[in-house]
Design a protein around this ligand. Structure first.
Ligand SMILES: [Cu+2]
Length: 116
């Protein structure tokens, strides 16, 4: 006459259903179909190309060919460290025109125009 587990019989939903649904939702929301990667090469303390255009969601990839570390720093927005002979990337999340520079070599300057 006792049914100790009767209050649990309806908790049958598998644990993975919700995480899976969330993963799908996030996946489709955060990977826009047209996202591109724009490569900026750093050589002899110059960002090349100096001026690039991108869209929100695109990635900028800085490839550092120098034997010095550099940064791509947009004050108040982002600060990317690029080690010697390495690359580093940034996903653009905000529209606008960004003037960036290297914190170690302030003469190194670049611009990114990000459209929504
Ligand atoms: Cu530098």
């Amino acid at each position: 006459m006792s049914r100790p587990n009767s209050n649990r019989t309806n908790v049958a939903s598998p644990r993975w259903v919700l995480p899976l649904a969330v993963a799908f939702a996030l996946g489709t929301a955060s990977i826009p179909a047209r996202a591109e990667t724009i490569t900026v090469t750093i050589e002899n303390l110059v960002f090349s190309p100096t001026d690039i255009e991108a869209r929100v969601g695109d990635t900028v990839l800085w490839v550092n060919e120098d034997i010095l570390a550099h940064t791509a720093t947009a004050k108040g927005d982002w600060d990317v460290m690029i080690q010697p002979k390495k690359s580093a990337s940034l996903v653009l999340k905000k529209a606008g025109r960004f003037d960036y520079f290297c914190r170690f070599h302030p003469n190194m300057k670049g611009h990114i125009t990000v459209s929504p």
